[in-house]
Design a protein around this ligand. Structure first.
Ligand SMILES: Cc1cc2nc3c(=O)[nH]c(=O)nc-3n(C[C@H](O)[C@H](O)[C@H](O)COP(=O)(O)O)c2cc1C
Length: 195
């Protein structure tokens, strides 16, 4: 199923941006202009959310000092390729409202991340989401209140050359495939794929 040579192909007609987004690990050490960066969060802003709570929050790291702070909780494997990333956004989501638990906080934050990642493609940028981080340390270092869940960290920047990566990562630097549409869609009952 994983095909390293053929480009991504859609089985049904979709906008090309969905196939163009992927998660590279080679990033150029090139700053992203603030206006461009904020466009990504503008796109995220328009994601739907339960009761329009908009539970997502984004903690940015763009300065050398902030990026070093983020490096302190990025996992060992991810540190190997994150060194050149010019901007990070830690996505957190509010888990409670005045009326109780926000059941969909991470679902809503996930939609916001999806919008952000697609706008990034439109702006000539690449993104790479990560959960390979020390969540407890991130909470401590960034002073994140208990009522916010930490969802994921996203690397944002301009894609670099594959050759700039350590050898072991070069062979993984390609847009991955997906299982067929109907393998993920059930008909009428759980587990029954459509014909
Ligand atoms: C929630 C989440 C966590 C991820 N964590 C990591 C990570 O810690 N390190 C990493 O290299 N890639 C990570 N990835 C990237 C996935 O491996 C990647 O999105 C997946 O293989 C599909 O490839 P694509 O994004 O290039 O289409 C993560 C992706 C998601 C959505």
């Amino acid at each position: 199923m994983l095909n390293k040579v053929s480009p991504r192909e859609a089985q049904y007609e979709i906008e090309p941006v969905f196939l163009e987004r992927w998660s590279p690990r080679s990033f150029l050490e090139k700053e992203v202009p603030e206006e461009v960066l904020l466009s990504l969060f503008e796109a995220a802003r328009w994601a739907p959310s339960a009761y329009n709570y908009q539970p997502w929050r984004f903690i940015l790291a763009r300065t050398k000092e902030d990026r070093e702070k983020f490096m302190s909780f990025i996992g060992e494997f991810n540190q190997t390729w994150c060194k050149t990333v010019p901007a990070f956004a830690l996505i957190v989501s509010k888990t409670t409202s005045e009326t109780g638990t926000i059941r969909s906080h991470s679902f809503d934050a996930g939609a916001a991340w999806g919008y952000l990642s697609l706008e990034a493609v439109k702006k000539g940028l690449a993104t790479h989401p990560m959960t390979g981080i020390d969540f407890a340390k991130a909470r401590e270092v960034l002073n994140i209140p208990e009522e916010y869940a930490i969802d994921a960290l996203v690397a944002i920047g301009y894609r670099g050359e594959k050759e700039a990566l350590p050898a072991g990562l070069q062979e993984r630097e390609f847009p991955s495939e997906r299982r067929p549409v109907k393998a993920s869609v059930f008909e009428g009952t759980f587990g029954k794929n459509p014909e």
